[in-house]
Design a protein around this ligand. Structure first.
Ligand SMILES: [Zn+2]
Length: 202
């Protein structure tokens, strides 16, 4: 996983709950703890408290709202995810919030050149910022990378019934976030056609 994809992973912690509603993987600090633990490597994480405190929990959720607002802008003229379409953060506030989060921790550029890969600049945290700030700033930097990188043009809100996920198209014909969403959408279309067929019958 590239660091930029962390931004997408943060956005999709709001997801379809399987029963027509929306589930939030980051509803409480415990959920955030699990989510962060699974991403210790790309987050470049210094060992911090096992359970995030309320301030970190709030900061990550506020950052997610900013990312989702900018994702909604990015997929236009397509519709945004319906999970928060009715309560999106204004774009200017989203930009301000994202930039403020990225500025929490100063960074130093470092050139990385892995065998067989292109040279790339990575920005590493400088100094000794508190672990919570490092996490929020790393997530914000991932969002900056994502929003200025090649994945942005491929970002979509999944149009399957009830799905609220954003996803990056991996190939040109991909319409849905996952094959299961594609199946559900096809079934829904099939029922729709049958219903239309019935109402059209004498
Ligand atoms: Zn989907």
């Amino acid at each position: 996983m590239t660091a930029a994809r962390l931004a997408l992973e943060l956005a999709v912690t709001l997801r379809h709950d399987g029963h027509g509603g929306v589930a939030d993987d980051l509803a409480g600090p415990e959920g955030l703890a699990v989510w962060l633990r699974e991403r210790a490597a790309p987050l470049d994480r210094a060992p911090g408290p096992a359970l995030p405190d309320e301030a970190l929990h709030t900061a990550v959720r506020e950052l997610r709202a900013a990312v989702r607002s900018l994702f909604a802008r990015a997929v236009r003229p397509g519709p945004p995810s319906s999970a928060d379409a009715h309560r999106l953060l204004p774009e200017e506030e989203a930009l301000r919030r994202l930039n403020a989060a990225a500025a929490l921790v100063p960074t130093v550029p470092r050139l990385a050149w892995e065998p067989g890969a292109q040279p790339a600049v990575r920005h590493h945290p400088a100094g000794s910022a508190p672990p919570a700030d490092r996490i929020v700033a790393a997530l914000a930097r991932a969002a900056l990378d994502f929003l200025t990188g090649p994945d942005l043009a491929l970002l979509r809100a999944c149009p399957a019934p009830r799905c609220v996920r954003y996803f990056v198209k991996d190939h040109a014909r991909q319409e849905w976030c996952t094959p299961s969403c594609g199946n559900r959408a096809r079934v829904a279309r099939h029922h729709e056609r049958r219903r239309e067929g019935r109402t059209g019958a004498p």
